[in-house]
Design a protein around this ligand. Structure first.
Ligand code: ABN
Length: 176
């Protein structure tokens, strides 16, 4: 028997066996289950492997490095590589009045700090030192806790140039 004939024979036998053991209704219900499973599975919220794990980032005290501890939830070009510093905008750009907020752990003194991430606006993209860290970031429906937004939108000139990270204060743990 050639392999095509053998394949046809085996497929037919499997289909007939299945049909004998299953009512049409049961077969449709199983088919429905399989289809629903394959369509719904990709929609489930999964933690993406590409998202940096906080403990996996080697801390740095160099503000031109993405691993700098104050950048734990920054997304953009580092102003420290664009003529500014980690917390001040380069000349010719304005700090966005609206920001996103995060908490970064300073591994050098062991404390947590409340951080404001502002965009610097008024010039075209700096293009240097891209950095995308998302510690504690929340989805878009918590806009002030999401970093994937052009915060220059409220500026006279809404062109995004780079991002800074400003320490607002020590994050105190709530006492019961
Ligand atoms: N907040 C940084 C940024 C700017 C423009 C677009 C996406 C993210």
């Amino acid at each position: 028997m050639r392999w095509e004939e053998r394949f046809n024979y085996l497929t037919e036998r499997a289909t007939r066996t299945l049909a004998r053991g299953l009512s049409r209704r049961a077969m449709l219900s199983r088919l429905g289950l399989i289809l629903t499973g394959t369509l719904v599975l990709p929609l489930l919220p999964v933690r993406r492997g590409s998202v940096a794990d906080a403990s996996a980032v080697k801390p740095s005290d160099d503000p031109t490095q993405c691993e700098y501890w104050k950048y734990c939830a920054i997304d953009g070009f580092l102003c420290a590589c664009c003529g500014g510093s980690s917390h001040s905008c380069p000349p010719g750009t304005d700090r966005s009045p609206i920001t996103w907020i995060g908490t970064c752990h300073n591994p050098f003194d062991g404390r947590d700090y409340l951080m404001s991430y502002n965009d610097c606006c008024g010039k075209t993209s700096c293009g240097s030192c891209t950095c995308n860290r998302n510690e504690g970031e929340r989805p878009m429906y918590r806009l002030s806790l999401n970093n994937d937004v052009n915060w220059c939108m409220a500026n006279d000139n809404p062109n995004y140039h780079c991002s800074v990270s400003v320490v607002l204060g020590v994050a105190e743990t709530a006492k019961p």
